[in-house]
Ligand binder design. Structure first.
Ligand code: GLN
Length: 481
């Protein structure tokens, strides 16, 4: 069920939040041994929240999200609930406070059913970098769900939850949404508060919804968007009602198709599906320009893998075994304790990022790498600004391939990094983008990405909504075998 379907039944008293929550918890019990999406399930809390929601519904005190089950990626702080970041470093960390987004969904009396597995500290594209366990794609259990919000996407795709929250630094909401055939939105940088989100790369990170359709995505965005004085990069713009823009007439909208996103090595079935989907948008009234060029796209990946590790290296310096998280006890000196803490606490990908970032920021290399990457970042942003003078949105594939096999890319970090080639530039420029289901190749999902100008979430939601009204892809559900 979608949020809007469930909400209608809840209001009409044809369903209670307790029943809906129990159905999710039952589904978790059935599916979890195969998909492994959740690090923690919060049955008792969920049932308590559901009972409270039912009382509020009876009293008529509701929003469209009241009593709806949600799963939260395990890098968002939940007061009293373990928040691991899928890292041994935080395996037993129980935050003393809620992230702003968690406060906000609680204020709507949503029901938290669990915390989702992820790549450790959100570094990865397959959820295989989780230090806890590997999550499987419900469409084919031998394949990855994408990452780093793999657990969140799987929880929604497998019916364990009605919706989920993920975070996206370079594609981590959109790429798993594409791989699992759900709808995933990365809002404009600054649209949603990052307070209480465990920091990976602070100038790129953004929280967003993973849902069954675009209406649900708008509903969750309504709840989580907005200024927060506790996040100095959140932007004090008014938050519209994002469901108001959902109409099916795209006439007058100008959509560009940047040719650089149809990269070499792209799977032909993906290209065909996306071109067919764009034809669909054209038939809905949008004006398509098929040959837009964004030549700096080619440098986004290189710039990202300097900027993100540099910020990560600074952000992860706080894990010293003293303030919180894992602490190696047996050591003769402070330095030895620090070294042992990090040696055990961080997995190989996190260590690789720390080393890359430390190198890129070191004296003598700073100008050559970090400063250069920041200049490239400006060029990419300017190139998008120019494109948006002509277009209301850009459309691309979400990933160049369908979900790959578990284990296929773990030993080749560069290949893994390439799976985000279509999503990274959007974070570099701070733009909003949504991934929606757009087809299948041999039963494996294909996602289409719609990119908008800063704070034009309404435009991309509208395009995505019109597409979903005209197609059935988002309604397909996996048979978990
Ligand atoms: N896959 C990219 C990385 O490994 C992006 C991850 C993300 O968006 N959190 O950094």
């Amino acid at each position: 069920m979608t949020i809007h379907e469930a909400s209608r039944l809840l209001k009409a008293k044809q369903l209670s939040s307790v029943e809906l929550t129990k159905a999710c918890l039952e589904r978790i019990r059935q599916a979890e041994s195969r998909v492994h999406a959740l690090v923690t399930t919060t049955d008792d809390l969920a049932l308590e929240q559901a009972r409270r929601a039912d009382k509020l519904i009876t009293a008529g005190d509701t929003t469209p999200l009241t009593g709806i089950p949600i799963v939260i990626k395990d890098n968002m702080c939940t007061k009293g609930i373990r928040t691991t970041c899928s890292s041994r470093m935080l395996e037993n960390f129980v935050p003393p406070y809620d992230a702003t987004v968690v406060e906000k969904i609680n204020a709507h009396n949503m029901v938290t059913v669990g915390k989702a597995n992820m790549d450790e500290f959100a570094m990865g594209s397959s959820t295989e970098n989780s230090a806890l366990f590997v999550t499987c794609n419900p469409w084919d259990l031998s394949r990855v769900p994408g990452g780093s919000s793999g657990g969140s996407a799987v929880a929604v795709a497998a019916g364990e939850s009605v919706c989920a929250l993920g975070s996206d630094t370079g594609g981590s909401i959109r790429q798993p949404a594409g791989f699992c055939s759900v709808t995933g939105l990365k809002p404009t940088y600054g649209r949603v508060s990052r307070y209480g989100l465990v920091a990976f790369a602070s100038s790129l990170d953004q929280i967003g919804p993973l849902t069954r359709d675009v209406t649900d995505c708008a509903l969750v965005l309504n709840a989580i968007a907005g200024y927060d004085s506790r996040d100095s990069t959140s932007v004090p713009y008014p938050t519209p009602d994002y469901t108001q823009c959902l109409t099916t007439d795209l006439s007058g909208l100008r959509i560009g198709v940047p040719k650089e996103y149809f990269v070499e090595g792209m799977q032909p079935e993906v290209e065909t599906a996306i071109r067919t989907a764009i034809n669909n948008l054209e038939s809905l009234g949008a004006r398509i320009e098929w040959e837009v060029s964004l030549p700096h796209t080619a440098y986004a990946l290189a710039a990202y893998y300097i900027i993100a590790p540099s910020e990560a290296m600074a952000n992860l310096a706080r894990y010293d075994g003293v303030k919180y998280g894992f602490s190696a006890q047996e050591a003769d000196s402070m330095w030895e304790a620090l070294e042992k803490t990090r040696q055990y606490g961080f997995g190989p990908e996190v260590k690789r990022r720390i080393m890359l970032g430390t190198y890129a920021l070191s004296a003598g290399y700073y100008d050559a790498y970090y400063l250069k990457a920041q200049k490239v970042r400006t060029l990419i942003r300017q190139e998008f600004d120019q494109a948006f003078e002509k277009f209301d949105a850009l459309v691309t594939p979400t990933s160049p391939t369908v979900p790959f096999k578990i284990g296929e890319k773990v030993d080749d970090p560069l290949q893994m990094y390439l799976s985000d080639v279509c999503t990274l530039p959007i974070n570099i420029a701070g733009l909003p983008a949504i991934s929606i289901p757009a087809g299948f190749a041999d039963g494996l999902p294909i996602g289409m990405q719609i990119i908008g100008k800063p704070f034009s979430e309404e435009t991309i939601l509208k395009i995505a909504y019109a597409f979903q009204q005209a197609t059935e892809w988002h309604k397909k559900r996996p048979e978990i075998k």
